[in-house]
Design a binder for this molecule. Structure first.
Ligand SMILES: [Cu+2]
Length: 138
């Protein structure tokens, strides 16, 4: 049972090209969106609160094991795991070590997902990312 789960998870990683970068993440590390909840109807600007377990938040450029900074992926798939996270309207960096943001979103459905990056904005190995949630902006 466990073996088949591991197999499926590794298939998922390869399917979406997430190999991870040179910086290791510890076992049990996880990132998650505290607020809003999946399926919520919200008004813009939307306050998004980031949660992290098993690792610490550090500003970009900080060379410290088991730390990273948040990236909010908006209406996009996860980027490649072995390259710096793009910086654009759909890939927002929190290189200052921020753990929440107020983001302007147009009315309609939007997806939100968190991806942790190392000091060089590259995802860890294995990559640390949240479930993708969907919110509706009224
Ligand atoms: Cu970054």
């Amino acid at each position: 049972m466990i073996r088949s789960v591991v197999f499926v998870v590794s298939l998922l990683f390869s399917a979406i090209g997430l190999a991870g970068g040179p910086t290791a993440s510890p076992e049990g590390a996880g990132v998650y969106i505290i607020s809003p909840a999946d399926g919520d109807t919200v008004s813009s600007p939307v306050r998004v609160v980031f949660g992290l377990r098993g690792m610490g938040v550090a500003p970009a450029g900080t060379d410290k094991a088991n730390t990273g900074h948040h990236h909010l992926i908006i209406d996009a798939e996860l980027p490649p795991g072995d390259a710096p996270v793009p910086a654009d309207a759909q890939h927002v960096h929190f290189g200052g070590g921020q753990t929440e943001v107020s983001v302007e979103l147009s009315p309609g459905e939007h997806s939100l997902q968190l991806l942790l990056g190392d000091m060089n904005h590259v995802p860890h190995d294995p990559p640390v990312y949240s479930e993708k949630i969907t919110v509706t902006v009224k």
